[in-house]
Design a protein around this ligand. Structure first.
Ligand SMILES: CC(=O)SCCNC(=O)CCNC(=O)[C@H](O)C(C)(C)COP(=O)(O)OP(=O)(O)OC[C@H]1O[C@@H](n2cnc3c(N)ncnc32)[C@H](O)[C@@H]1OP(=O)(O)O
Ligand SMILES: CC(=O)C(=O)O
Length: 555
C-alpha cells in the first residue's frame, strides 16, 4: 500500500534554537512562504508564549493564505498543578489561532521528577488536560513526546501510560522525540516497532536530533518501522548539533526505491527544488551552506581524484549515486595536483578551450604550481589562464613592465591614512605605455587601484569590473615574516564571478599574480576589443599623481 508521509518543518522553531541563527520577523515570513511553495505539510512557526516576535509572527502568518501547509504553534503542556485556563503559556498558544498546536510533554520519569519536580500522575494529567483543552477548541494536536526513547529505555510502562493519556484526550499525532540525539538506529527501530504494536491506530511522528550524526538515519529507520509524520529542519538547523536535515531526508525519501515505492508525498514536493530551497533558507538565515551537504552541497557532485574523473567521463554513475540535476544541483570537476588528464580535458572543454595537443604540458604545470602552494581547485580563473597561456597563439591583452610600491613614512602624523602607500604601475598595450600612480592606505589596494587605472586608459570598460573578495592564507607560519602567502581573490562583472590565485613569499607578488590573471580574464571574456580607440590616439592623457601629463606613447 502506498501511504502518505507528512512533512513537518520546524526550521522556524527548533531551527531557530541553532547557535548562530537569529531570524527576524521578515525572515520568518519569507521562509514560511518558501516552505509552503515547496510543499511542506506542516510549518511549525515558533513558540508564541516565548517572545513578542513569535506572537507577531503568528498574527502575520495566519493571514498569508498558505496554499499547502498547516501552520503550527508550538508550546508545552500546562504547568504542574495549574489550570489550563490560568496557564499564560497555554493561553498565548490558543491566541496564536493556528489550525495545529504542538505540545512538548515529558515522557521520561527522570525529567518529570528532576525538571518538572512533580509526580508521575500529575504529568499524565498535564498531558491529558493540555491535549483535551486544545481539542475542545477544534485544534489538531501533535504531541511532541520529549525524550521518548530515553524514557522508554527507563520505563516502557510509563512511556505507554503517557501515550494512553494523550490518546484518551483525543490527540491526533504523537511524535516520538530523540531529544538528546543519543539513540542508535537499532534502538529507534525496536522502540518505534514496540509503540506501533501497542497502538496500531495511532498516527506516529519522529523528531530526531543529530548529536551522534544519526538524525537522518534514525528518521529513515523510524519510517520503516511505521512512522508517517517526519519532523526536521532545512539544512539540519536545530538545538546543539541540529535536527534531522529535511533536505537530505527528502533526497533519499524521494529518490530511493526503498522509500519512494511505498510512500507518497504532497504533489508539489519535487526533488528538483531541494538545492534551491536549501540555498534560499541558508541565505535568509545568513548561514554558510555546508559544501559537503548531501545532495545539495557544492561538493556533493564535485570530483577531484583523477581516477574518479576519468571514470565519470565514461559514465557518470561510476562515482555518482544519482544524477545531480535531479535535485537541482550540478556536477563539478576540480583541478589540483591529484588531477589526471581527464580533469584537464573536461574542465577545458567546459570553458570551451582545446587542450587536445597540450594537455600533458598543462597537467605538468598544474602539478608543479601546486607544489609551490598554489591551489587551483578554488580558482578556476587561474586554471583557465594557465591553459590559455600554454597555447602558442595566446596574446596577453597587456604586459606589466614595472611595479613599484612605496610605504610612506608611517610616523608622519599629519599624513592622511589614504596616502600611506603609493603604487606606480607601468603597463604596455601593443605599442603604447601607461605609467600611473595611485595612493591608498594599504599596499595591495594601491597596487590594484594603479593597475586598474592604467588598464582603464586602454580598456575603459574595466571600470565596470570589481574586486568582490580577497582572502589570504599563510602556508608555512613557522617561517614567521618570511612565510609564503597564498592570495585568493574573486572578481565580478554584472552577475558574473571568477576566482584567481597567487602564491609567493611576497604578498605583493602573490596579489599581483592573482590580479593580473583576473584582469586578463575579464578582457578575454567581456571586453573583447573595447578600448582600442584609445590605442589609436597617440596623445592620450595620463594622470600622474595629482598632475596631468601628456604622454606621447614613448615611455
Ligand atoms: C525539547 C525542546 O526543544 S523544547 C523547546 C525549547 N525551546 C525553548 O525553550 C525556547 C523558548 N523558551 C522560552 O522562551 C522560555 O524558556 C519560556 C518562555 C518557555 C519559559 O521561560 P520561563 O518561564 O522563564 O522558564 P524557564 O525557561 O526558566 O524554565 C522552563 C520552565 O518550563 C518547565 N517545563 C519544561 N518542560 C515542560 C513541559 N513539557 N510542560 C510544562 N512545563 C515544562 C520547566 O520545568 C521550567 O519550569 P520552572 O520555571 O517552574 O522551573
Ligand atoms: C520537541 C523537541 O524539540 C525535542 O524533543 O527535541
Amino acid at each position: 500500500m502506498n501511504e502518505q508521509l507528512f512533512l513537518y518543518d520546524t526550521t522556524l522553531r527548533d531551527g531557530a534554537q541553532y547557535k548562530g541563527i537569529s531570524f527576524s520577523l521578515q525572515d520568518k515570513l519569507k521562509i514560511t512562504q518558501l516552505l509552503d511553495d515547496f510543499g511542506m505539510d506542516y510549518i511549525e512557526g515558533g513558540w508564541p508564549g516565548s517572545n513578542p516576535k513569535d506572537e507577531a509572527y503568528f498574527r502575520h502568518a495566519r493571514t498569508m493564505g498558505l496554499r499547502q501547509a498547516k501552520l503550527v504553534a508550538f508550546g508545552a503542556t500546562r504547568k504542574p498543578l495549574q489550570d489550563v485556563e490560568q496557564d499564560l503559556q497555554i493561553q498565548s498558544l490558543l491566541a496564536a489561532d493556528t489550525p495545529v498546536v504542538a505540545l512538548v510533554s515529558k515522557f521520561w520519569q527522570f525529567h518529570v521528577e528532576t525538571v518538572l519536580r512533580t509526580d508521575l500522575i500529575e504529568n499524565l494529567k498535564m498531558i491529558y488536560d493540555s491535549v483535551a483543552y486544545f481539542k475542545s477548541y477544534g485544534r489538531e494536536v501533535v504531541l511532541d513526546a520529549e525524550h521518548f526513547f530515553d524514557g522508554f529505555k527507563d520505563s516502557p510502562d510509563y512511556a505507554f501510560q503517557c501515550i494512553e493519556a494523550a490518546i484518551n484526550a483525543g490527540v491526533d499525532n504523537v511524535t516520538l522525540c530523540d531529544t538528546n540525539g543519543g539513540s542508535m538506529p537499532d534502538e529507534i527501530a525496536a522502540t518505534v516497532a514496540a509503540v506501533k504494536a501497542r497502538f496500531p491506530q495511532l498516527s506516529l511522528g519522529i523528531h530526531c536530533h543529530n548529536d551522534c550524526e544519526l538524525a537522518v538515519a534514525n528518521s529513515l529507520t523510524s519510517i520503516k518501522a511505521g512512522v508517517r509524520l517526519i519532523q526536521g529542519t532545512v539544512n539540519g538547523y536545530g538545538e546543539r548539533c541540529g535536527n534531522a536535515n529535511l533536505v537530505s531526508l527528502l533526497g533519499s525519501l524521494l529518490l530511493k526505491p526503498s522509500f519512494n515505492q511505498s510512500l507518497h508525498f504532497n504533489h508539489t514536493v519535487k526533488e528538483k527544488n531541494l538545492t534551491t530551497l536549501s540555498k534560499q533558507v541558508a541565505d535568509i538565515a545568513n548561514m554558510p551552506l555546508k559544501s559537503d551537504a548531501a545532495y545539495v552541497g557544492n561538493n556533493a557532485f564535485s570530483h577531484k581524484g583523477g581516477i574518479h574523473v576519468a571514470a565519470i567521463a565514461k559514465a557518470s554513475q561510476t562515482y555518482e549515486h544519482i544524477d545531480p540535476e535531479r535535485v537541482g544541483n550540478q556536477r563539478e570537476i576540480t583541478i589540483s595536483e591529484l588531477s589526471g588528464k581527464s580533469n584537464v580535458q573536461l574542465q577545458a572543454q567546459k570553458l570551451g578551450l582545446d587542450v587536445s595537443r597540450n594537455f600533458a604540458q598543462v597537467l605538468d604545470s598544474i602539478k608543479s604550481l601546486e607544489k609551490t602552494g598554489l591551489t587551483l581547485e578554488n580558482a578556476p580563473g587561474s586554471f583557465e589562464m594557465l591553459v590559455r597561456k600554454q597555447d602558442e597563439a595566446y596574446q596577453p591583452h597587456f604586459t606589466i613592465l614595472n611595479i613599484q610600491i612605496n610605504v610612506n613614512d608611517l610616523n608622519k602624523s599629519t599624513r592622511h591614512n589614504a596616502e600611506l602607500c603609493t603604487a606606480t604601475v607601468k603597463v604596455r598595450v601593443k605599442n603604447k605605455i601607461a605609467h600611473v600612480v595611485e595612493e591608498a592606505s594599504g599596499p595591495v589596494d594601491a597596487l590594484n587601484l594603479a593597475l586598474k587605472k592604467a588598464l582603464t586608459v586602454f580598456f575603459p570598460h574595466i571600470n565596470d569590473m570589481q574586486l568582490t573578495d580577497y582572502k589570504v592564507s599563510i602556508l608555512d607560519p613557522e617561517k614567521a615574516s618570511a612565510a609564503t602567502t597564498r592570495v585568493w581573490l574573486q572578481s565580478g562583472y554584472q552577475n558574473q564571478r571568477w576566482a584567481t590565485i597567487g602564491c609567493s613569499d611576497n604578498i605583493i607578488q602573490a596579489s599581483t599574480q592573482a590580479l593580473i590573471d583576473s584582469y586578463q580574464l575579464f578582457l578575454i571574456k567581456y571586453n573583447h576589443v573595447a578600448g582600442d580607440n584609445n590605442l589609436n590616439n597617440p596623445q592620450h592623457h595620463f594622470l600622474y599623481s595629482d598632475h596631468e601629463v601628456t604622454h606621447n606613447g614613448n615611455a
